[in-house]
Each structure stands twice: as C-alpha cells, then as structure tokens.
Design a binder for this molecule. Structure first.
Ligand SMILES: C[S@@+](CC[C@H](N)C(=O)[O-])C[C@H]1O[C@@H](n2cnc3c(N)ncnc32)[C@H](O)[C@@H]1O
Length: 202
C-alpha cells in the first residue's frame, strides 16, 4: 500500500477514535482498566461485571471481535465497559490527556513465532515506554501467553526496563477463561508494576 494511503487511513482511524473517546469517557481522572487484544471480550466482560465501580475498555484490531464483545456487554447490561476496534498504539496516542491506565491485561497476544516476524510482536521495549507514558505510578501490567519463547523475551525486556518492575507474585487478581486460554494446555503469566508515574495530566 502506498505510504500516503496508509497515512490517510491511520489519520481517519485516529479521528474516529477521538470521537469514540468523547462518547465513552467520563470526565478525565477516572482510571481505566485496559485489555489489549480482547478478542471476543470474555475476560473483560466477566471482569467488569465483578468490578462495577471500575471503568473498563477492551480493544482489538478486528471488528468482528469487538462487535461480538459489544453484544456480550449489552447482554450483561454493563455500563462500565466499552469495546473499541483499534490498534493499541493508536489507542495510547489518542487517549485524552488526564486519562490514566490502572491495570492493563494482555492475554495471549499473537506470538509471531517466525524470527522475521518478531518485529510484529506487540510487547517490545518501546511499546512498554508508550504504555508507561499513559500509566499511573503503581499501575500493573498482566501478561499471559502459551508461547514460551515470547514469554521469556517479554520477561527479559521487563526485567531491565527502567519504567516497569517485575512483581515477584504473578498471580492475577482476577481470572476468567479466554478463548485462547481454553485451547492452551500450558501457559505462562507475568505481572509487572509501573515504577514511576509519567502519566500525562491536564
Ligand atoms: C491470539 S488473539 C487472543 C484473544 C484473547 N485475548 C484470548 O485470549 O482469547 C490476539 C488478539 O489480539 C488482537 N491484536 C493483535 N494486535 C493488536 C493491536 N496492535 N492492537 C489491538 N489488538 C491487537 C488480535 O486481533 C487478536 O484478536
């Protein structure tokens, strides 16, 4: 795809995201629980139902998945839960100033096993900087995968990252089976905490 068409599509998607944010976010200041790559929304719907006082947003690149997730949300009649079709980096770029992420879940992200595709993996050092920029001090990141080489790579990245610290206890505060978790005979979990706050305000 020619660069100018790609840029135009991205600009349009980001404008649409800004309008979505205006519709779904209350006054800035309420922390968000974010799930990146939420798929059909099983985990976050259960989470939001169990935590009605928390504002939850799930994002996924694939429209058919966020549509299914929205139907699940509506059946459960949850007003504290939203699903948006968008890319994680665009989400972080367009999230209004003053909106701070609290807990962040990334469950079974695409593993991109071939070496030449590793650059497509979601969790990389620069992505953790972008995530950290929108996270408050003490925000937690929960990551789970059944692909051990990806898990080891992320663990190493987080272990030396200046803005995130591995937590000794990788127990998740909430559990609910996702589609990919149900298919995984074995999986690995990691919990990390934001070391200092650079969340934008204003
Ligand atoms: C392997 S699926 C896992 C879905 C769900 N978390 C589960 O455990 O069943 C990974 C999901 O991440 C989404 N995804 C991949 N890259 C993404 C990105 N950059 N931003 C948002 N979602 C993304 C994909 O569309 C896909 O639905």
């Amino acid at each position: 795809m020619p660069r100018e068409i790609f840029d135009a599509i991205q600009a349009e998607r980001r404008a649409s995201l800004r309008s979505d944010f205006r519709a779904i976010l209350p006054a800035p200041g309420k922390p968000l629980v974010l799930e990146i790559g939420c798929g059909n929304g099983h985990f976050l719907t259960a989470y939001a139902s169990a935590h009605p006082e928390q504002l939850c947003v799930g994002i996924d690149l694939r429209l058919e998945r966020t549509d299914k997730a929205l139907r699940k949300r509506d059946r459960a009649n949850l007003s504290n839960l939203h699903f948006l079709r968008c890319d994680a980096r665009n989400f972080l770029l367009e999230l209004p100033a003053g909106c701070v992420l609290s807990d962040i879940y990334i469950l079974f992200p695409d593993p991109w096993p071939k070496k030449r595709h590793h650059k497509n993996r979601l969790i990389q050092a620069d992505f953790l900087i972008e995530l950290g920029a929108r996270a408050g001090k003490g925000s937690r990141l929960f990551f789970r995968t059944d692909y051990k080489p990806y898990f080891d790579e992320v663990r190493e990245i987080v272990a030396v990252h200046p803005e995130w610290r591995l937590l000794p206890d990788n127990t998740f505060p909430f559990e609910h089976l996702t589609i990919f978790q149900a298919r995984a005979p074995v999986y690995h979990s990691l919990a990390a905490c934001r070391t200092s706050s650079s969340a934008q305000s204003g």
